[in-house]
Design a protein around this ligand. Structure first.
Ligand code: ADP
Length: 456
């Protein structure tokens, strides 16, 4: 089976966030299962080396000229890069000052038109689109080919002005939205199957008022909207072979985990005692609920617990965390995005705190469990699918699920965790959560089933 997989990000060629890891992780597993995948990605760097094939694409005048350049990447394998006006930039979406490029709408409409032209040229069995950056491709494919749309982040929909209705292709009426167009809404309507990044999130987004304005369009899909949990890269996140860690460890031998904790407590200057260490690794945005940790910091001596947070983003929140860290021996905050430190923190932690307000899937709770670090999470999105509460289901539990999204619920869950996570019981929980398979193998099988159903 041949699949065209179009995405704006792909690790390690173009990485901004979770979309890059999810695209590369899924495609790698699909290819290992024998699916022939053409990955189509914008050519952000105007690459001129290592091109093995070039095809001029037949796109409408406004979108061209567009060229498909096939490369063979050492890690990512064969990738088709789309060269079209405006696509090459220093960052896929953002100007150096942090604002979006002013021509982002034009850029990704051109990319989508090139994806449609590539599909006409190659006639794959299935077209798999990801997020709004690829969504108007279906406007220019008549008849609509067997198609899947993955929703990684409903908060970004690519809404644009009415003038696009005359440009994007014969099926543009499906994209009409108030007084303009909505790429995501159009692709949701046209795709044979729509996939959210976790089963629970798929049920949340069809609730009235919970679908980022697209609840109606999503409800109309009925059974053609499902959730498939993201995987993580279990070769990068492997405590037995992780070059970032001072000591390796495994479910069978947890001694290295204790060494990692000692090392980190030293490195970050935290109180050196035998209390549990809680960690958080996160973007600092309202979504992640890190502000809910602030009241916990005053209670750390009393519980007792140590807490280390690595995060970057919102300036006010980072200032609040830095100020709290000044006054506390049991709390430390590192402001920044630091992959090596994120691995060391997750390896060293006993508990992983993730009080998200919403979470389409969430990767860090899976990374934490792979490293034997017990998650404390809110009952939202993919956190519900991945973390079973240890008090409600002691035999299969994996962590602690808060009653609601609040500081009080977080503090009670921390108390429950501190009571339960001791001695042999702690070791048993660690061993259990470390043996869960978070790889992309199972998700890839589910996607293959969908591909088979829609291409019959
Ligand atoms: P998001 O909503 O930010 O995509 P996820 O949990 O799905 O949240 O994925 C976040 C990814 O980014 C994870 O791989 C996590 O380890 C990483 N990450 C988040 N914040 C940081 C940070 N400050 N430093 C290093 N890595 C981070």
């Amino acid at each position: 089976m041949r699949v065209t997989f179009a995405t704006a990000e792909y690790s390690p060629i173009a990485t901004v966030g979770g979309l890059a890891a999810a695209s590369a992780g899924l495609v790698d597993a699909l290819r290992r299962s024998g699916i022939d995948v053409d990955v189509v990605l914008p050519d952000y760097t105007s690459r001129d080396k290592g091109i093995i094939e070039t095809v001029e694409l037949h796109v409408p005048l406004w979108a061209g000229p567009a060229t498909a350049k096939k490369i063979k990447h050492r890690q990512a394998g064969e990738i088709t890069l789309i060269d079209a006006p405006g696509l090459a930039k220093s960052h896929p979406y953002l100007q150096p000052d942090g604002n979006g490029w002013l021509d982002n709408t034009d850029r990704f409409m051109r990319f989508s038109a090139a994806v449609a032209a590539f599909v006409r040229h190659t006639s794959p069995d299935v077209v798999h689109l990801n997020d709004w950056h690829t969504a108007t491709a279906l406007a220019d494919l008549d008849p609509t080919p067997p198609s899947v749309l993955s929703l990684h982040n409903l908060a970004h929909q690519g809404a644009a002005g009415r003038e696009w209705l005359d440009l994007i292709g014969p099926k543009s009426d499906h994209y009409e939205w108030w007084d303009g167009i909505n790429p995501l809404a159009g692709a949701i309507a046209l795709a044979d199957h729509v996939v959210a990044v976790s089963p629970h999130h798929a049920t949340e987004i069809v609730e009235d008022g919970n679908g980022f304005g697209l609840d109606g369009a999503l409800q109309a899909k009925g059974l053609a909207l499902t959730g498939i949990l993201n995987g993580i890269d279990t070769t990068v996140w492997n405590p037995e072979h992780d070059r970032c860690l001072p000591a390796a460890f495994s479910a069978a031998d947890l001694n290295g985990k204790i060494l990692n904790r000692e090392h980190l407590v030293n490195e970050l200057g935290l109180t050196d005692d035998d209390s549990l260490l809680a960690v958080a690794v996160t973007r600092l945005t309202d979504q992640k609920g890190i502000d809910l940790l602030l009241p916990l910091i005053n209670l750390l001596d009393e519980i007792p617990l140590r807490l280390a947070v690595l995060g970057s983003g919102d300036r006010i929140l980072s200032e609040q965390l830095a100020a709290a860290a000044n006054d506390a021996d049991r709390f430390t905050f590192v402001d920044g995005y630091d992959e090596d430190l994120s691995h060391r923190l997750i390896a060293a932690g006993d508990l992983f705190l993730m009080p998200s307000r919403f979470e389409p899937c969430g990767l860090t709770q899976m990374q934490a469990m792979r490293y034997g670090t017990i998650p404390i999470v809110t009952p939202v999105g993919g956190l519900v699918d991945t973390v079973v509460d240890l008090d409600t289901q002691p035999r299969v539990g994996r962590g602690f699920v808060m009653n609601d999204v609040s500081s009080t619920a977080l503090i009670s869950a921390v108390h429950r965790a501190v009571r339960k996570c001791r001695g042999k019981q702690l070791e048993n929980i660690r061993t259990r959560i470390m043996s869960v398979d978070w790889s992309w193998d199972a998700p890839a099988k589910e996607f293959i089933k969908i591909y088979q159903q829609i291409s019959r």
